[in-house]
Design a protein around this ligand. Structure first.
Ligand code: URA
Ligand code: SF4
Length: 214
C-alpha cells in the first residue's frame, strides 16, 4: 500500500496535488494527525529542500518547517548566505508521526516503509517543480531519496548522481543541531550544514542566494 491510488491525474499542477494530499490514505499516518503538510515555496524555486516529516507545530499549522527546526533551518540558510524564500521546502513524509506523552506529542521517526509509501507525493512535487538541485535534510530524507545505503554522517555534502535533479546532495537535519550537547558542537554542526548548502549554492552560480546577499 502506498500513496499511488490517491494521486491526481498526471497533468495535475501543484495546487491539485496540495489539495489531493489531504485525502491520502496511503499509509496509516493520516489517522492521528491534524492534516497533511505539503511543501511550500516558489514554484520556480531552483532548489528543493526535503525534510523528514512535519512536527507538532507544522501539523497544527499545515505548513512545513514553521517550528523550532524551521527556525534553526532559517538560521543556517542565513549563515550560508542563502535566502529561504528562494527555496521550496517539503518533507519525505506528509503526515506527522508521534507518540503521546501525557498532553504532548513527541516526534516518532517514520519507518522506511512509511517513507516509501509517501514517496509518490514527493516525486510528483519534484516533477512539477523541476528544480536544479535537491537537498535531503537528514537520514530519513536521504535514505528515501538516495537509497537505504546512503549515510549522511559520511556522505553529507557529496554530490550524488540521481535522476531527481542535476545537483543532488544531503546534509544533516536542523533538528540534529537542536539536540547538540553544547555550543561548541552546535556551532560545528551549523558550520557543516552551511558548508554543505554552500556547495549547492556554488553549483548554481549563487543564483540560489537571495537578492539581499547578491
Ligand atoms: N522537521 C522536518 O523534517 N520537517 C518539518 O517540516 C519540521 C520539522
Ligand atoms: Fe499518504 Fe504520506 Fe500521509 Fe501516509 S504519510 S497517509 S502516504 S500523505
Amino acid at each position: 500500500m502506498d500513496a499511488t491510488p490517491f494521486l491526481p491525474r498526471a497533468d495535475a499542477g501543484w495546487k491539485r496535488l496540495a489539495a489531493a494530499v489531504q485525502d491520502c490514505r496511503g499509509c496509516p499516518l493520516w489517522r492521528g494527525s491534524t492534516q497533511a503538510v505539503f511543501g511550500e515555496g516558489p514554484l520556480d524555486a531552483r532548489v528543493v529542500l526535503v525534510g523528514e516529516q512535519p512536527g507538532d507545530k507544522e501539523d497544527l499549522e499545515g505548513r512545513p518547517f514553521v517550528g523550532p527546526a524551521g527556525r534553526e533551518l532559517d538560521r543556517v540558510l542565513e549563515q550560508a548566505g542563502i535566502d529561504r524564500d528562494a527555496a521550496y521546502v517539503t518533507n519525505a513524509v506528509k503526515h506527522f508521526k508521534f507518540k503521546e506523552r501525557g498532553k504532548r506529542r513527541i516526534h516518532d521517526k517514520p519507518t522506511y516503509t512509511e517513507v516509501r509509501a509517501c514517496g509518490p507525493w514527493l516525486e510528483r512535487e519534484l516533477a512539477v517543480l523541476e528544480p536544479e538541485a535537491v537537498v535531503a535534510l537528514g537520514a530519513t530524507a536521504a535514505q528515501g531519496l538516495l537509497g537505504r545505503d546512503f549515510r549522511v554522517t559520511r556522505q553529507h555534502g557529496q554530490l550524488v548522481e540521481s535522476p531527481l535533479a542535476p545537483v543532488v546532495t544531503a546534509t544533516i537535519h536542523p533538528s540534529a543541531i537542536l539536540r547538540a550537547r553544547d555550543d561548541e558542537e552546535r556551532g560545528a554542526m551549523r558550520a557543516m550544514m552551511a558548508a554543505d548548502l554552500g556547495v549547492v549554492a556554488e553549483r548554481l552560480d549563487g543564483a540560489f542566494r537571495g537578492s539581499a546577499s547578491g
